[in-house]
Design a protein. Sequence first.
Length: 255
Amino acid sequence: MTRHDGLFALWWLIALHGLRRGEAAGLRWTDVDLDNGLLVIARQRTTAGYAIHEGPPKSAASRRTVALDTHTVRIMRLHQRQQERHHVRRDNADKPYLPSGYVFTRPDGAPFHPGYFTQRLRLLIDRAGLPPVRLHDLRHGAASLAHSAGVDIKTIQDQLGHSTVALTADVYTSVLPAIQRKAAEDTVQLILNIGCRTQKAPIIKRTIRRPQVPRAGSSGPVRLSQAQNPTDEPRHPVSRSIATSRRKTRKTRSR
């Protein structure tokens, strides 16, 4: 819907990094460090009626530094080159160009009226046949996406420039139940997976070695199966005669 729009970088910054409309309108290239992936919110362009007022952000917390991911840096560089091409075309056509220094400008270099962003997004939404989406909804979406990705609320507060954590937490009223449900499902699935692995654990067979008994006259130990059974008669000649004598004695007594 917005990928081929001239303000794609604007929609991306608002939807992914939570800039306010006035902050995006007042953003200058001097506040953007693409080499280090940083963006400083130092001013804003707001409206009262149709009149434009430019000044510092709405609060001390709103003045902040936003870290940019590598993909966002790539988008911003493409936007910068596009803006430079507009400048070259205007010069080649002998048309005036205003080097205003703003990031989001019209083809002649002048900054956009903040209200134009709202009108432009509404037009794009209508063309795509989507339900109505406000520009400020993109900012709330940025907070919800970050929270769904596992970012803690304090970090999101700093990214959005909220004055308190409570204000940031209010943004998640609609998304927290879904996130909590997913967390519950993930937890029970983890337990079930552990249970399945326990049931399917292989049975380990252990081999018990019998003790070895030394054989008489042998220099080394032999296995019990090969050793003399204690119940067997002694095999030595002397021991055999003693055993025979004992049996005869028992027979005589029994008579």
